[in-house]
Structure formats: structure tokens, C-alpha cells
Design a protein around this ligand. Structure first.
Ligand code: MLT
Length: 411
């Protein structure tokens, strides 16, 4: 009989968000009239910016005319989009990133998983705890870990706890690790990183020959002018970091699909024979072989984000969700709950009341007030006793969810 990839058997039964959806569906089937409000998965609710829609409509018309029709595009993305990203997202912030180092893709979730294709199997890998589960699960699938213990921690991974005590920023490890996943503004805790903190990581990576995977999917939510948006704002990062970005959360592209990954040409790693290899070449080879690019129509929509109108509309969208986050923070604080994050980030990280476990709090909120959040333990063992509330929803739903929760938990 054909053999499977046994590594999949090491995975916990369900990916976190489908598991939440399963529980919510079961509850909704048993309680068809329950007015459920979903503040679990960070999925946007507000319409796409008009600038993006108009650009996509124009692109559809291009596809209807033989003279402007497009077949396969470049696997790396169209030059006109890569140029705008390089200029406006990076060079405008003083980051030395060239358009040729920007790879357009259909999502940061895919890219943070796919990037493992170009790395060997024997790297020591560090993740924060709690962490976006994709980083861990894709390493399990790739056979980079042992099995999970009863807390759900996989053998072979180095877990860096992020807690209220360290302001949800991991301590630089004592031991040498090769690949380090960092996400700022952080999913799930909503924490941010100062330039000094990122500089310490870059210094560590350079001293140890490590590579940082920097997930900046939520950078648009940074309002504090002192916080870095990109790892490349940090001296030396071109030699040790790959950055992932997305149009999902700033421009509402979760259902439209467009993202980007930056692989600087200066980034190198070692082959088994000891020679140094440019990672850009490997990623370019990987993408050209396994990926045929994002649709022309969607890339035109993404390009419109960089127009003056697009910039104004995207800022308004981001501000809208940030106001939701502020409402969540204020109401939960008034109710006596301890909250973190949600200031330069769309996620509010809440300490569960009365020592409830994360899943018990999840069930309680679902059953008593019909509000869905995400149990902190789903992001890792150190997330136990916490709960994530997403600010991605309509104002009416956020207000109503907070009204119900505060009535239930008012001290
Ligand atoms: C989340 O809720 O953590 C995100 O929506 C997940 C994602 O962006 O894939």
C-alpha cells in the first residue's frame, strides 16, 4: 500500500480555526436562533476599498480585449506592483529593498509554510509561545519536529515564552537557533516590538548565522511613529531576515488573496558541502516551479492600494478596526478584565477571568452570550489562561458583543 507522510499524524487533530468553526457550527445547529457574533478568526468584514474595486474592474475589461489580455504572468509578480511595494513600503522608510527582491503571492499563510521548501531538515527552529499555529504545523508537516507532549509542545522546537512579564516580547535565547519566527505586531497577543528589540534579534541572528522569518502581516496597524514597520528598518537585517506581508488585513483581501515575501539578494545559507548559496535564487526557483503567480486582476487591485485614493481608503479601514480594538479594550477593562494589545494591532489579548481555562472561557462565552473568540491555548501552551478577541467585525457587532460580555462579567 502507498505510504503517507507520517508527520501529519503528529499534528493535533484540527487546525485551530477549523476546530473553532466546528464547535460554533455544532452550537448553531443546536441553537438555531442564537445571535452569534464571531470575533474569532481575524477575518475582515468591511468592503474592499473603492480604488481596488475600480482597478479590478478595469483589469477585467483588459482581459476582455485581445490587445490587453494577459495569460500567465511572471511567477514573481508583475513588475509594476513589485516596484510600488519596494518604493512605498520599503524605500520610503529607508529600507534598501529592490523590486526584484519582492515576490508576490496569494498569502502569507502559504508563504510562511512554503518557505521551508528551501531550507534543510536539520535546522534548530525557534518559535514564540503563544504563536501563529501555521509556523509550528508546517514544520511538523515537513518533518522538522518530534511528537507533541501533553501540553502540545513538539520535540525539537525551541519555544520562547511571551508573557505579560516580558511584555509579550521573547527573550533572546541562550542557545544557538538557526531559524527564528517573529511576528510584529503580534498575532495573537497584539504586542509590538521596538527598534531596540528587533536590533537585538538581528544582532543575534548575525552572530549565530541564523535567519529570521519576520511576519509583518499587521504592520499597517502601527500608529506609534517610533515603532518599526519592517525588519529592514533595522541595521544588518538584509543579511539575516525574510519578511512576509499581506494585503489581507490592511486592504481587506482575505477573500481576494494577495501578499508578498521579501528575500534580499544578500541573504545566504549553507549547502551540505559547505558552500554559501543565495536564498533569493532558491526561492525564485521554488516559486517558478511550484507557483504560477497571482491573477492579473488581483494584482491590479493590490496596486491600487498604493494610489493616493487607495492610501486614504486603506488608512480609513485600518482606523476603523483600530477603533473597534479600542472599544474592546475599554469595555473589557471596565468589566474588570485584564487586557493587552489592541493599540497598534487588531487583536486584544485577554486574561480569562476567575482562572478559567482558555477553552472553558470560549465555551462559556459561546453558550452564555453567543460571542466567539479564540482560546489562547490554541496558540501554544503559554497561551493557556488567555483569550484572543479580534477587532475585525462591524461596529454594531463589536458594540453588541462587548455589551453582552460586560453584562455577563461585570465585577
Ligand atoms: C488569525 O485569526 O490568526 C488569522 O486570521 C489567521 C490568518 O491570517 O491566516
Amino acid at each position: 500500500m502507498v505510504k503517507i507522510n507520517d508527520n501529519y499524524l503528529k499534528l493535533k487533530a484540527g487546525y485551530l480555526f477549523p476546530e473553532i468553526a466546528r464547535r460554533v457550527t455544532a452550537f448553531a445547529q443546536a441553537n438555531p436562533d442564537a445571535p452569534i457574533i464571531r470575533l474569532g478568526i481575524g477575518d475582515v468584514t468591511e468592503p474592499l476599498p473603492l480604488a481596488c474595486r475600480e482597478a479590478m474592474i478595469a483589469a477585467v475589461h483588459d482581459m476582455g480585449d485581445r490587445n490587453t489580455f494577459k495569460g500567465y504572468g511572471p511567477e514573481q509578480g508583475y513588475e509594476w506592483l513589485r516596484e510600488k511595494i519596494a518604493q512605498q513600503d520599503f524605500q520610503a522608510r529607508g529600507c534598501e529593498i529592490d523590486a526584484s527582491e519582492v515576490f508576490i503571492s496569494d498569502g502569507s499563510k502559504c508563504d510562511t509554510g512554503n518557505i521551508l521548501d528551501i531550507f534543510g531538515k536539520d535546522n534548530a527552529i525557534a518559535v514564540t509561545d503563544p504563536v501563529y499555529p501555521v509556523y509550528v504545523d508546517t514544520n511538523v508537516m515537513a518533518g522538522h519536529t518530534g511528537t507533541a507532549n501533553e501540553k502540545g509542545e513538539y520535540g525539537g522546537l525551541v519555544y520562547l515564552p511571551i508573557t505579560a512579564e516580558n511584555d509579550f516580547t521573547a527573550q533572546i535565547p541562550e542557545q544557538k537557533v538557526d531559524l527564528i519566527y517573529l511576528c510584529f505586531p503580534n498575532n495573537p497577543t497584539g504586542a509590538t516590538a521596538s527598534k531596540e528589540h528587533l536590533q537585538a534579534w538581528v544582532n543575534y541572528a548575525k552572530a549565530n548565522g541564523s535567519i529570521i522569518f519576520f511576519d509583518a502581516a499587521y504592520e499597517a496597524f502601527i500608529t506609534d511613529p517610533n515603532l518599526p514597520h519592517s525588519i529592514y528598518e533595522i541595521e544588518g537585517a538584509r543579511d539575516c531576515a525574510i519578511e512576509f506581508r499581506s494585503f489581507s488585513k490592511n486592504a481587506g483581501f482575505t477573500g481576494t488573496r494577495c501578499a508578498l515575501t521579501v528575500v534580499p539578494k544578500t541573504l545566504k545559507a549553507k549547502a551540505t558541502d559547505g558552500s554559501e548559496v543565495e536564498l533569493w535564487k532558491l526561492w525564485n526557483r521554488r516559486q517558478s516551479t511550484k507557483f504560477n503567480g497571482v491573477s492579473y486582476i488581483v494584482q491590479r487591485g493590490a496596486e491600487a492600494v498604493y494610489s493616493p485614493q487607495g492610501q486614504t481608503e486603506v488608512k480609513a479601514l485600518v482606523n476603523f478596526y483600530l477603533e473597534n480594538a479600542q472599544i474592546i479594550r475599554d469595555r473589557l477593562t471596565e468589566a474588570g478584565l485584564k487586557v493587552y494589545g489592541g493599540i497598534n494591532a487588531p487583536y486584544v489579548w485577554v486574561k480569562t477571568p476567575n482562572g478559567l481555562s482558555s477553552w472553558d472561557f470560549f465555551d462559556k462565552l459561546l453558550q452564555t452570550v453567543n460571542v466567539v473568540g479564540t482560546p489562547g491555548s490554541g496558540f501554544g501552551a503559554a497561551g493557556e489562561g488567555y483569550f484572543r478577541i479580534s477587532a475585525f467585525n462591524s461596529r454594531t457587532n463589536v458594540e453588541e458583543a462587548m455589551r453582552r460580555i460586560t453584562q455577563q462579567f461585570k465585577l
